[in-house]
Design a binder for this molecule. Structure first.
Ligand SMILES: Nc1ncnc2c1ncn2[C@@H]1O[C@H](COP(=O)(O)OP(=O)(O)OP(=O)(O)O)[C@@H](O)[C@H]1O
Length: 368
């Protein structure tokens, strides 16, 4: 298959600095041309370092970076046709919006008429035409971000690299700019690689989410797969929305396991058909918070094939469209149910109530 211009392949990519080894540790990944890819992970996991290596601001210690089918080792950023947009936008304060956007073309020796023509086309694309003659100080945070994006995009890169592009904005603007970024990416039709430590940002934006830990990729794939089917405890906890139960397998029955923990045994969990576990295994199970149903202890036993664990309500938080109910279901672990608000308020629970946390078989998945 012929690689598209913005097709990226990272193969065995590693980076060590003096005294800090394997900041990036054997990363293999393919990002198709025109995809929106988000690198997600906690501070220090190596996201920015990968971005800088793709951009050509940093050389890998080992491994290869292939863009559009060609190895870019030793090529300068301009030759790679990548552009980077920084957290702090780095706009020139004394230049107008138009001149900021046209700046890279000036550096390339284009005439003023050529530069302005290209800048005007770009401003149209990112809806800045009306602000062409303003200085950055007289722009909102969101507008500044659009200028920064236009300034990076005017060089017609095949890949745009964005390092925490939304972190300087307040919450409301961040959500708005998220949509703008996605729209602009579609309009420009180029590969975007966006680094963030905010899970909602990644899953809202990305075609491909790459979850990282300590220089390694833990899981990558479409946002929905990574969110709904985390491969292990780390990804499940980082993405959120899941309860993770761990324990030693005491007994394996027909489609159920009994788990024991240091403080509790006999936790019986029903599983789908795909799970393969044996007695003695230490396992982690994940059940989505919105798959948990809460029923009063005296409401009769739940369906056959469901798991039902007696639990006490420890806290309740109203979240608008749902209610977050915290429970002591599993000792020493958080256990949370997201109850749709309309259901919750039919017969609200209180802190201290004892009830059954239930979920149907097949909703609990064994993690790696
Ligand atoms: N020039 C450098 N010299 C030495 N160590 C570095 C250098 N640049 C980065 N590091 C280290 O490499 C690790 C990864 O840094 P990196 O900036 O890639 O992480 P990150 O995931 O992007 O984090 P953040 O979200 O905080 O930016 C960190 O431990 C950092 O201290």
């Amino acid at each position: 298959m012929r690689a598209g211009a913005g097709d990226i392949e990272l193969a065995g990519l590693c980076k060590s600095y003096d005294g800090v080894t394997n900041v990036v540790d054997g990363v293999n990944l393919r990002i198709p041309d025109g995809a929106y890819c988000c690198f997600l992970g906690p501070s220090g996991c190596g996201k920015t370092t990968i971005l800088r290596m793709i951009a050509g601001h940093e050389e890998p210690t080992a491994g290869e970076i292939v863009i559009g089918g060609g190895n870019v080792a030793g090529l300068a950023p301009v030759e790679r046709r990548t552009a980077m947009m920084f957290q702090s936008y780095a706009l020139f304060p004394h230049l107008t919006v138009r001149d900021n956007i046209a700046f890279a073309l000036r550096v390339r020796g284009q005439s003023k008429a050529e530069r302005y023509k290209a800048a005007d086309v770009m401003m149209e694309k990112v809806r800045l035409t009306e602000l062409a003659d303003r200085l950055p100080a007289n722009l909102s945070g969101g507008q500044q971000q659009r200028v920064a994006l236009a300034r990076a995009a005017i060089t017609e890169p095949r890949v745009l690299l964005l390092d925490e592009p939304l972190s300087a904005l307040d919450e409301q603007l961040r959500v708005q700019m998220r949509q703008e970024l996605r729209r602009m990416q579609r309009e420009l039709g180029i590969t975007f690689i966006h680094v963030t430590h905010t899970q909602l940002e990644a899953i809202a934006l990305a075609d491909i989410v790459v979850v990282m830990e300590k220089g390694k990729i833990k899981q990558s794939g479409p946002a929905r797969d990574v969110y709904a089917y985390p491969c292990d405890r780390y990804v499940a906890e980082f993405l959120g929305g899941q309860n993770v139960l761990s324990g030693k397998v005491e007994k394996v029955g027909d489609r159920f396991v009994v788990l024991s923990q240091p403080n509790r045994s006999g936790i019986q969990v029903r599983l789908g058909t795909e799970a393969r576990v044996v007695v003695g295994d230490r396992i982690d199970l994940a059940v989505r918070r919105d798959d948990i149903e809460l029923v009063r202890a005296d409401a009769g036993s739940p369906d056959d094939g469901a798991t039902a664990l007696p639990s006490r309500v420890t806290a309740i938080e109203y979240q608008g469209s749902f209610v977050k109910v915290m429970l002591d279901t599993v000792p020493d672990e958080d256990f949370v149910a997201y109850v749709p608000e309309r259901i919750f308020f039919r017969d609200p629970f209180n802190v201290g109530d004892v009830l059954l946390a239930t979920w149907s078989a097949g909703r609990a998945r064994v993690l790696a």
